[in-house]
Design a protein around this ligand. Structure first.
Ligand code: HEC
Length: 163
């Protein structure tokens, strides 16, 4: 009994590690696939919308930094709110554009975009409350969200992030 059990153990081990290997090898390409640049998958209209949004978000972020170091809560609030409202998924896209977008990007991209825009709302809120240390923290988190998304979904545009 005992010796038979001992004999089957290594086989079971081999089978289960084979199973783990199979799971990993099928899981890995899926993960890699999710982290592909999204831009080539977009329709020209959506790509144009995304780039415009990115440029305006970057411009607003530069300005926010200048207002943060000057303690201008009102301007920080306005700009953070502007970033929040530029949410690509809330822009006036036709139902067809929305369908195209959802079909083109992984769900995680949408999740990250939502989280990013939620952060901009929190920054606006901190500015409205005149809470400077919260403004600095939220701004820092926002910049992290930019590069986190770029390092997964925009390495074609920012190749240094892929290294
Ligand atoms: C949810 C994902 C996501 C977040 C968050 C995000 N970006 Fe981007 N960004 C992209 C993608 C994808 C591209 C590539 C677009 C392309 O090349 O067509 C891009 C491109 C850009 C570009 C280049 C635009 C151009 O015309 O070439 C700039 C600038 C930029 N982002 C700034 C920012 C800033 C600043 C933030 C944060 C305050 C930010 N992005 C947050 C996904 C994101």
């Amino acid at each position: 009994m005992t010796s038979a059990a001992k004999k089957t153990n290594p086989i079971r081990l081999a089978i289960s590690s084979l199973a783990v290997g199979l799971v990993l090898s099928t899981a890995l390409p899926a993960t890699a696939e999710q982290a592909q640049p999204v831009s080539p998958e977009l329709t020209p209209k959506l790509r144009d919308l995304l780039r415009k949004e990115m440029l305006s978000v970057e411009d607003a972020s530069h300005q926010i930094m200048s207002y943060l170091i000057a303690g201008d809560d009102d301007e920080v609030e306005k700009l953070a709110q502007k970033i929040h409202d530029s949410f690509i998924l809330q822009q006036s896209m036709t139902p067809e554009d929305k369908q195209d977008l959802m079909a083109a990007v992984p769900e995680d991209f949408v999740t990250q975009d939502r989280a990013f825009h939620a952060l901009s709302a929190e920054l606006a809120e901190a500015a409205r409350n005149g809470d400077r240390s919260a403004q600095h923290q939220k701004f820092g988190e926002m910049i992290q969200a930019c590069s986190a998304c770029h390092s997964q979904y925009a390495t074609d545009r920012f190749p240094l992030l892929a290294q």
